[in-house]
Design a protein around this ligand. Structure first.
Ligand SMILES: [Ca+2]
Length: 149
């Protein structure tokens, strides 16, 4: 019954396109309202630490923190370290939060000095995603040089 009614309304709206412009305008408004019920807005967020350009230690757990917001709801925040070409890196792993990701934290260990980009991926409950990156300096252990005499 609902399907039939919708068909009739659609047909009426179509006819209005030609005969009754006001009727067509009303139909268009209804369509816009229906679309707004879907979440098509990407989340937003920030990486608080480490700040861009900060020096972090290779193979040592570092704390990555930030914020995330969405017009509906955040589903998850993931963090990884990747090289500048974005061809190699650690796999995305979930950050933790106790407030719906308004603030989140993640313990990241960077296994390669070439993984200078800390990348964060925020996903909302409708699958919209936002990526953020902070480039850092990764320093390894200074090699011990021995001089043979
Ligand atoms: Ca959203």
């Amino acid at each position: 019954m609902a399907g039939l009614a919708a068909t009739i309304m659609a047909a009426a709206g179509f006819a209005g396109d030609f005969l009754f412009p006001e009727s067509f305008a009303a139909t268009t408004t209804e369509a816009s309202t229906a679309l707004q019920e879907e979440d098509t807005t990407k989340p937003t967020g920030t990486i608080i630490s480490p700040a861009p350009g900060n020096t972090v230690q290779l193979n040592t757990p570092i704390t990555v923190t930030g914020t995330a917001f969405d017009d509906v709801e955040i589903s998850k925040v993931e963090v990884r370290a990747v090289n500048l070409e974005d061809t190699k890196g650690t796999t995305y792993a979930l950050a933790t939060s106790s407030d719906g990701y308004a603030s989140w934290t993640f313990t990241l260990t960077i296994p390669s000095e070439s993984y200078e980009n800390i990348t964060v991926r925020i996903t909302d409950t409708s699958g919209n995603q936002k990526w953020m990156t902070h480039r850092v300096q990764v320093t390894g252990t200074v090699p011990v040089t021995t001089t043979t005499t």
